[in-house]
Design a protein around this ligand. Structure first.
Ligand code: PHE
Length: 339
């Protein structure tokens, strides 16, 4: 019996040596050590042994069992190690390889313009005020002294949400909102989005951007307006830029003007850019109408002021030589990355 056991051990050793997978090792274990395995078969014959032989054979049987168990465990561990090694080899990271470049975006050209304009006006002591893009008819038209039959109120020019609410057509409603909230002296600019019912083309977009300016204090004159705009224009378009006032009409300012800047491409001689005139239309401005002051809760006998409003899309187009306003809103990286 002892001999049988030693043979069994030898056979098991050979099989374990040859085994190259977990599955094979497991079936080898079952084959030799399992409940119906070969070792059990042999041990069934123990009954026929003499009482002296029994402990001797039992000891050998235990040794064989333990040896086989250890051999199988070792072989399994070796297979696991090899699998891990292979995995590690296949997952090696080459830390000398160049990394993936992270593409950084840049500020939208309109945002760049706004940033620059804000810096200039903050430098002159202005604060930034904001108003809602969805605005009441009251602030967008009535409070701004717009006559009931003013053409800009028309459905074809203004997006109406309902009879009383519109998408603001200008940043000017912020004027009265600011007057209601603040006490003079008031010095604010208000950048933001505006909307008009325009069919998009190279120079029109139903969504566009304006920057409003408002100053209210005692003794404000047209000279203050001119001086302020002159400082602004020189900072934004260049030291040598001149401005010119053309009489105009706005319901909320009196007198009103359209302000032109000398062409910053040709310096005023005339070129393609300014269509030969030497001047570029820049903004609308004027002295705040007494009715608007009253609507803002400010006594026009005591205070006066000026306001101005400019289209930022057009200004940015002029500055960078962009020939189609729609490019601003198409989110084409090839366009946006140029600025
Ligand atoms: N709101 C006017 C426009 O959209 C511009 C403007 C603002 C004119 C302030 C005068 C004063 O054309």
């Amino acid at each position: 019996m002892e001999k049988k056991l030693r043979e069994l051990l030898e056979n098991a050793k050979t099989e374990i040596d040859l085994a190259d997978s977990m599955d094979i090792l497991e079936s080898t274990r079952v084959k030799y050590l399992g409940k119906k395995g070969e070792l059990t078969q042999i041990l069934r014959g123990m009954g026929s042994l003499s009482p002296e032989e029994r402990p001797v054979v039992g000891k050998v049987a235990n040794e064989v069992r333990e040896t086989i168990q250890v051999l199988i465990e070792n072989a399994k561990a070796a297979i696991r190690d090899r699998a891990l090694e292979r995995q590690l080899e296949s997952e090696v990271i080459d830390i000398t390889m160049p990394g993936k470049e992270i593409e950084l975006g840049n500020k939208h050209p309109l945002t760049q313009s706004f940033d620059e304009l804000k810096n200039i006006f903050i430098g002159m002591g202005f604060k930034i005020a904001e108003g809602p893009e969805v605005e009441t008819v009251y602030y967008n038209f009535d409070a701004l002294n717009a006559p009931a039959n003013h053409p800009s109120r028309d459905m074809s020019d203004t997006f109406y949400i309902n009879d009383d609410i519109v998408l603001r057509t200008q940043t000017s409603p912020v004027q009265v909102r600011a007057m209601e909230k603040m006490k003079p002296p008031i010095r604010i600019i208000s950048p933001g989005r505006c909307f008009r019912n325009d069919t998009p083309d190279a120079t029109h977009s139903p969504m566009f951007h304006q920057l409003e300016g408002l100053v209210i204090d005692k003794g404000i004159t047209l000279g203050d307006l001119k001086g302020t705009l002159e400082v602004f224009v020189k900072a934004f378009l260049g030291e040598n830029t001149k401005i010119k006032f053309r009489p105009h009409y706005f319901p909320f300012t009196e007198p009103s003007a359209e302000v032109d800047a000398s062409c910053f491409k040709c310096g005023g001689v005339g070129c393609n850019f300014c269509k030969g005139s030497g001047w570029i239309e820049l903004l609308g401005a004027g002295m705040v109408h007494p009715n608007v002051l009253r609507n803002g809760g400010i006594d026009p006998e005591e205070y006066g002021g000026f306001a101005f409003g400019m289209g930022i899309d057009r200004l940015t187009m002029l500055k960078y030589g962009i020939d189609d306003i729609r490019l601003f809103f198409e989110n084409d990286m090839r366009f946006l990355k140029q600025f």
